[in-house]
Design a binder for this molecule. Structure first.
Ligand code: SF4
Ligand code: SF4
Length: 169
C-alpha cells in the first residue's frame, strides 16, 4: 500500500486482500476492487487514508528478512496494542507453520511471555493465540469480541472469546 525509504512493496499487494478497509466497506480476505494483484492500486493517488497510512512490518522493519516479504511468505505482519498479529493469506492458511516462519513465531512467543506481549495468528476471522508451548485456537472472533487470556504468573494457561462489552463494562 505504501513504501518505506529502504523497502518497497514492489509487486506485493497482499494487504489489499487480507486487511479490511472501512472507508471502502472492504471486508478481510477479499481483494479490493481497486487492486490489480501483483501490480498495485488503480486509485493510488486517491486511495483512502487507511491505505496511505498502512505499512506492514516487513516494509518498515529490516530485521525481518526477505523471506518474510508478504507475497513470498503469504503472511502480513502488523503490531497490535499488545503484541504482534500475523495474517495469513486465506489461500495458504498453514503458511505460518512453514519454516523458517513457524520457528520465528514461536521464538516471539517465548520472548513475549516475559514481556506480556501476545502473538496472534489470524486466518480470516479465525484466531490462534501462540504461546511458547501451546496454540490456543479460539475459533472465529467477531469485530465486537476479543480474546481474554487466563494467566498463571506470566504463563498463558487458557484463552477464551468474550464480547468486548463484558470486559469494559
Ligand atoms: S503487505 Fe506490506 S509489502 Fe505487501 S503491499 Fe502491503 S504494505 Fe506493501
Ligand atoms: S484502495 Fe488501493 S491501496 Fe487501498 S486496499 Fe484498495 S487497492 Fe489496496
Amino acid at each position: 500500500m505504501t513504501s518505506s525509504a529502504e523497502r518497497l512493496c514492489g509487486d506485493c499487494t497482499l494487504c489489499c486482500k487480507v486487511v479490511a478497509i472501512e472507508e471502502l466497506g472492504k471486508p478481510v480476505n477479499s481483494w479490493c476492487g481497486h487492486c490489480r494483484p501483483g501490480r498495485g492500486c488503480a486509485i493510488y493517488v486517491d486511495r483512502p487514508a487507511e491505505c496511505e497510512s498502512f505499512s506492514c512490518l516487513w516494509l518498515v522493519n529490516d530485521l525481518l528478512g526477505d523471506q518474510w516479504k508478504p507475497d513470498r511468505s503469504k503472511l502480513v505482519l502488523t503490531t497490535s496494542e499488545d503484541g504482534i498479529e500475523i495474517r495469513c493469506d486465506p489461500g495458504f492458511p498453514d503458511a505460518w507453520r512453514k519454516e523458517p516462519f513457524g520457528s520465528e513465531i514461536r521464538a516471539w512467543a517465548v520472548s513475549g511471555e516475559s514481556n506480556d506481549l501476545t502473538v496472534l495468528v489470524i486466518i480470516g476471522k479465525r484466531m490462534i493465540l501462540i504461546t511458547p508451548d501451546q496454540e490456543f485456537d479460539v475459533g472465529l472472533v467477531g469485530p465486537d469480541e476479543q480474546i481474554v487470556r487466563e494467566l498463571e504468573g506470566t504463563k498463558v494457561v487458557g484463552a477464551k472469546v468474550v464480547k468486548s462489552c463484558n470486559v469494559e463494562c
